[in-house]
Write a protein that binds this ligand. Structure first.
Ligand code: ADP
Ligand code: ZN
Ligand code: ZN
Length: 817
């Protein structure tokens, strides 16, 4: 009988690929083991086995695999199930999911490299013709790839030649085509075996009396190991004894000390768990018991708890219960909130059981976390991670917590898989028959909607911990301030007053300026009005080259007006101002105080973000100016005042979620003020203090925000009432994209009719010389999502079979919001 495997290749192939294996290999292999396989003309890839069977492929002859790379599976069957769901739901290939999931050290691809074996002397007649050609070529070039050999020999199957040359020891094939994961080894020392008896030890100390430095080292070794009762690192010994490494080396050479290595993880926590979890107050206790109750008949529960209500401490109790039951817990956070602040807090409770996983980790560090999770190691019981940690190889997952579930950074936009970590986590939990807890002070509309519909359980926590009052939020009308000349740059007199007062009391200030203010929307300098699309209820964007205002959802457009539609003013501004400008102005206004800035530019590098946070915590910064980065669940003790420089550019952002997001941002950033005893103060500067969202923020009225926004989503047919799939076409030829997009949209309309929007240019219509066009498909609740996707795939396939369109890149983005 012939044996075959189906594998996932790390490239976007629609189907899995089949290779031939031997009986012995079939007995050995299991789904989740990696093999290296030839693909195409000369490529060699790392592939993942998903099925072992005896059915030869019908349309091609299965090639043989190259080698088996693992002893045991490195990917679990649960993961393979999960990946399949991701690939179906988000309309991408399994290869793309695998690429996102596996640390890159696991899937390096390479071409075999052949080099000459210099030690061997040969006579020409030892080699056959084809062998000699290769041998000759290696005199001119130190190494050759399989592809080169095929060119030199002018044939496809070069493996036999390579094999013969290898047998004759003429060449060597580089084995290290896969960058292997290298364990990190740490050097330790102990006393040499000859000195285990009392007597020999005495003799040794006498001998060493003439070498006091060496003796000191040995004495230090004794005292350190007596103290710590643990193996002693060479580095610690050198530090404690003050001895140079050459003295230690001498001792090792003399066999007085014995050197050995222990493999360690690169990222290690070496404090203990030194704190018991906190006693919950009555509100937290109630929330905890409500959550447990809700989990009795719901798999998913939303915890809606105001900022600083102590949600984290509630999570901690839930985690404890899982650890007691020997289950793993995944604690998901937006990337940016994964700071030492929270990590330390959890390590205090759970010590070395906490593993952290995020994108700033190196590939080796990721491999370590991967392996620890896979082996259910004691160091990977609570996995604290960003988006991609939903793709880890959990063994025994009991609970997933998705904190700040409303955060848009849970959605991956590029490249595929374009998954949403919250929704993907829910599916992961269900594979393990376990529960998901979503938590937020400002839940996303879709989660709250799901909770209201009874799809999720809902638990509310409305009291701040310690009865700290919600901050006092004041709206400052800058239209009026401008008119009365009460502005200095972008600062109103009210803001300056409050800042002066706060600084006088030695408290800190956060100034928030949304970076999105740079988007090309138009804003009236006099009244703050921003032209809206009549069909979509979003702001129109300014397209300079046509002097037009356009809606990037539906394509509505109009000429750029010369005067404001609302007040007739001629001062129409299409630029906006950024954090840098606010920082400069603050420095001028308060020259005796330290002003710092936190945005994408100042937080590059592995610890850029943390440095600023630490500086703020330690009181080195008086005024911190920042973007939405400031909102991510940070807990600052001494911040008393938050200033929001301009609420309007958030509210006018051209997106159907602009109002929801504005509410979330402002409520979250306000939540940074006054988290301890004293009440915090928030000033929101706006042209439009009567805007309903600002009223809702200032009265902390999430309910009303939710209901009004949901009404609008009904009226304008947006999520969560309708679902959406966004189709983006991309090509460097402007006309081709246009014609292709029209064709595509027309085909979609034959099926979905009025629920197709576009094609339309995005606000930035050309990126890296590629023109973009979007088409949106809106999906009513009654319409089957899977049937919709089938229809889109059908249209997509016919599109790509048109010769002129084949070169156009099509990007499908399910739930693109
Ligand atoms: P949230 O996540 O809801 O914004 P946190 O969990 O960060 O709130 O809690 C806010 C602050 O209150 C933190 O400093 C936390 O340590 C403290 N806190 C919360 N609950 C308790 C408790 N039960 N006992 C002592 N301190 C608590
Ligand atoms: Zn105006
Ligand atoms: Zn529109």
């Amino acid at each position: 009988m012939d044996y075959f495997i189906n594998v996932i290749l790390p490239i976007p192939l629609e189907k899995s690929f089949t290779y031939a294996i031997t009986k012995a290999e079939a007995d050995f292999l299991k789904p989740g083991i990696r093999v290296s396989v030839p693909f195409g003309k000369s490529k060699i890839y790392t592939a993942l086995v998903i099925e072992i069977h005896t059915n030869a492929p019908l349309v091609y002859e299965a090639k043989e695999i190259h080698q088996i790379l693992d002893e045991v599976p490195i990917v679990t069957t649960e993961q393979l199930k999960h990946w399949t769901w991701i690939s179906n739901y988000y309309m991408c290939t399994l290869g793309e999911v695998m690429r996102a999931a596996l640390p890159s050290a696991f899937i390096l691809e390479s071409e075999t490299v052949i080099s000459k074996n210099d030690e061997v002397r040969l006579n020409d007649e030892d080699l056959k013709d084809d062998e000699f050609i290769v041998y000759e070529a290696l005199h001119h070039q130190s190494s050759l790839k399989i592809q080169d050999l095929m060119a030199i020999l002018d044939k496809k199957n070069v493996l036999p030649v390579i094999k013969r040359l290898l047998e004759k020891n003429v060449i060597s094939v580089q084995e290290e085509i896969y960058e292997k994961y290298k364990p990190k080894l740490v050097r330790y020392v102990k006393l040499g075996a000859n000195y285990s008896s009392e007597k020999s030890l005495q003799n040794l100390m006498e001998d060493l009396s003439r070498a006091p430095k060496q003796r000191d080292v040995v004495m230090t070794l004794f005292s350190v190991s007596a103290q710590t009762k643990k193996p002693v690192k060479v580095s610690d010994l050198s530090l404690e004894s003050g001895a140079s490494s050459s003295i230690i080396k001498t001792l090792i050479d003399k066999s007085i000390l014995e050197e050995y290595h222990i493999q360690t993880d690169r990222v290690q926590y070496d404090g203990g768990d030194n704190e018991a979890s906190k006693h919950l107050n009555e509100h937290q206790k109630k929330a905890l018991s409500n959550i447990s109750e809700s989990f009795e008949n719901q798999n998913i529960t939303l915890l809606h708890g105001v900022t600083s209500s102590g949600k984290t401490e509630v999570y901690v109790k839930l985690i404890e219960a899982q650890l007691d039951a020997n289950k793993q817990v995944l604690y998901l956070l937006p990337e940016i909130a994964l700071t030492t602040q929270l990590v330390e807090r959890l390590q205090n409770y759970f010590g070395e059981k906490v593993a952290v996983f995020h994108s700033k980790y190196s590939s080796h560090e990721r491999v370590e976390v991967w392996n620890n999770v896979l082996h259910n190691a004691p160091t990977a019981q609570v996995i604290l991670g960003a988006r991609s940690s939903v793709l880890l190889p959990f063994q025994n997952l009991g609970l997933i917590i998705v904190d700040e579930e409303h955060e848009s950074s849970y959605k991956q936009f590029d490249p595929a898989p374009r998954y949403h970590a919250r929704d993907t986590a829910i599916v992961l939990a269900s594979i393990f028959n376990s529960k998901t807890l979503l938590g937020s002070a400002t839940p996303s509309l879709e989660s709250y909607y799901n909770a209201k519909q009874g799809k999720y359980g809902l638990v509310e926590l409305n009291h701040r911990y310690n009865n700290v009052l919600m901050p006092d939020i004041e709206l400052v009308d800058i239209k009026d301030k401008h008119k009365r000349k009460r502005m200095q740059g972008h600062f109103s007199d009210r803001l300056i007053e409050e800042m002066t007062e706060t600084l006088k009391n030695n408290h800190q200030i956060i100034l928030f300026q949304n970076r999105r203010g740079f988007s090309p929307i138009v804003e009236c300098q006099t009244c703050g009005h921003s032209p809206q699309c009549p069909n979509c209820d979003v702001s129109l964007t300014f397209h300079q080259y046509r002097n037009q205002l356009r809606c990037h959802y539906c394509g509505y457009h109009t000429v750029m007006p010369k005067t404001c539609d609302a007040c007739g003013s001629v001062e129409l501004d299409s630029k906006g101002f950024g954090t840098e400008q606010v920082e400069q102005e603050a420095k001028l206004l308060f020259p005796d105080h330290n002003v710092a800035r936190m945005d994408l530019d100042t937080t590059r590098g592995k610890y850029g973000y943390e440095k600023i946070i630490t500086a703020l915590e330690q009181g080195e910064i008086d005024i911190l100016v920042g973007t939405q980065m400031l909102t991510k669940g940070l807990d600052f003790r001494n911040v008393k005042l938050v200033g929001i420089m301009n609420a309007d550019n958030m509210l006018n952002f051209p997106d159907f979620r602009a109002h929801e997001r504005s509410y979330q941002l402002m409520a979250q950033v306000s939540g940074r003020a006054g988290r301890t005893e004293e009440r915090g103060k928030v000033l929101i500067q706006t042209y439009n203090p009567y805007h309903k969202i600002l009223q809702q923020v200032s009265t902390n009225n999430y309910q009303q925000m939710f209901e009004e926004q949901l009404d609008e989503r009904h009226i304008y047919k947006y999520p969560p009432v309708f679902r959406m799939i966004k189709i983006t076409l991309k090509h460097k030829d402007y006309n081709r994209v246009n014609i292709g997009a029209d064709w595509y949209a027309r085909s979609l309309r034959t099926v979905f009719d009025a629920h197709v929007l576009g094609p339309e240019y995005p606000p930035v219509a050309r990126i890296r010389n590629q023109y973009l066009k979007h088409i949106l498909v809106k999906i009513p609740q009654k319409q089957s999502l899977s049937k919709t996707k089938e229809a889109i795939i059908k249209i997509n396939n016919s599109f790509l079979s048109v010769k002129d369109f084949r070169a156009i890149r099509v990007i499908l983005n399910v739930d693109n919001y």
